[in-house]
Design a protein around this ligand. Sequence first.
Ligand SMILES: [Zn+2]
Length: 132
Amino acid sequence: MKRGIHMCPRCFFCELQAETINHLFLHCKVVRQLWHLFTSFRGTSWTMPQRANQAIESWNTEGSGSTDQSRWRIVPAVIWWTIWKERNMRCFESISSPLHRIKTNCIITFCYWCSLEYVDDPIVVIDILGSL
Ligand SMILES: [Zn+2]
């Protein structure tokens, strides 16, 4: 928009709020489901901070009791990458994935980033998610 390109200033997911960094990556109802997905794997709840830098700090503190802290620490990047790819598909290609597909893409990306290979064995997926 700064360069004069006409773009919708509304969030491509909820279409209710302005698309800001904090809304898109932290507070939108869609991205909140992804954050909740990972906290639920660990059986914890987490209070979302207002800003992205606070979220990273809080997330890393929350993960101090994690079995595999390095995996816990990549979760924000996985969520943001998943949301960013989906957002760009909606913005530039007018293609929208349903929520269950977005969640699946997020988990697949997480497992791929953890193991550096495509994981299609459900047992391996469960082991990776269980290490959080
Ligand atoms: Zn939104």
